[in-house]
Design a protein around this ligand. Structure first.
Ligand code: RTP
Ligand code: MG
Length: 154
């Protein structure tokens, strides 16, 4: 991992899994030159949902958000690359798909504020990427590897 590289947490939400968008979303990050260092298909339980979305506890949409994120399996991932957290957020688009530019993941596939297909660590929230990676993955689930032909990245 070179010095400017970082890791970020990304997750295909239950609506994205239901609609068969895992491959499409993984492809977009691969095409961008980011490197996957962890990935697992899993079911989020109530406790993990509360921890993951703890910053939103008490907000009117919180209960619905927990119900949604626990409604079916997700595909959790860790991606590595230069400025990865911000890169991923740019590729995701805005929280509301209707506000997201065409070409972004939410702009192309998101249905509404709830069913917005993907989660990525917030780059404006210092350390959110590391916290979320730790919450979802054990150290031994993350793989260090060299992408030797990645000279074309970005
Ligand atoms: P996420 O955490 O899921 O990646 O989404 P985000 O950073 O773009 O947005 P955030 O503010 O963290 O909100 C988390 C999720 O809560 C739902 N939401 N609903 N009804 C509302 O006003 C509202 N605001 C947010 C969205 O599904 C959002 O992804
Ligand atoms: Mg967020």
């Amino acid at each position: 991992m070179s010095h400017h590289d970082e890791r970020t947490f990304v997750m295909v939400k239950p609506d994205g899994v239901q609609r068969g968008l895992i491959g499409e979303i993984v492809s977009r990050f691969e095409d961008r030159g980011l490197k996957m260092v962890g990935g697992k298909f899993m079911q989020i339980d109530e406790e993990l949902a509360h921890e993951h979305y703890g910053e939103h506890e008490g907000k009117p949409f919180f209960d619905g958000l927990v119900d949604f994120i626990t409604s079916g399996p997700v595909f959790a991932m860790v991606w590595e690359g230069a400025d990865a957290t911000r890169q991923v957020r740019q590729m995701m688009g805005e929280t509301d798909p209707a506000e997201s530019a065409p070409g972004t993941i939410r702009g192309d596939f998101g249905l509404d504020l709830g069913q917005n297909v993907i989660h990525g660590s917030d780059h404006a929230d210092e350390g959110a990427n590391e916290r979320e990676i730790e919450l979802f993955f054990d150290d031994e689930e993350l793989v260090d590897w060299d992408q030797t032909n990645a000279v074309w990245v970005y």
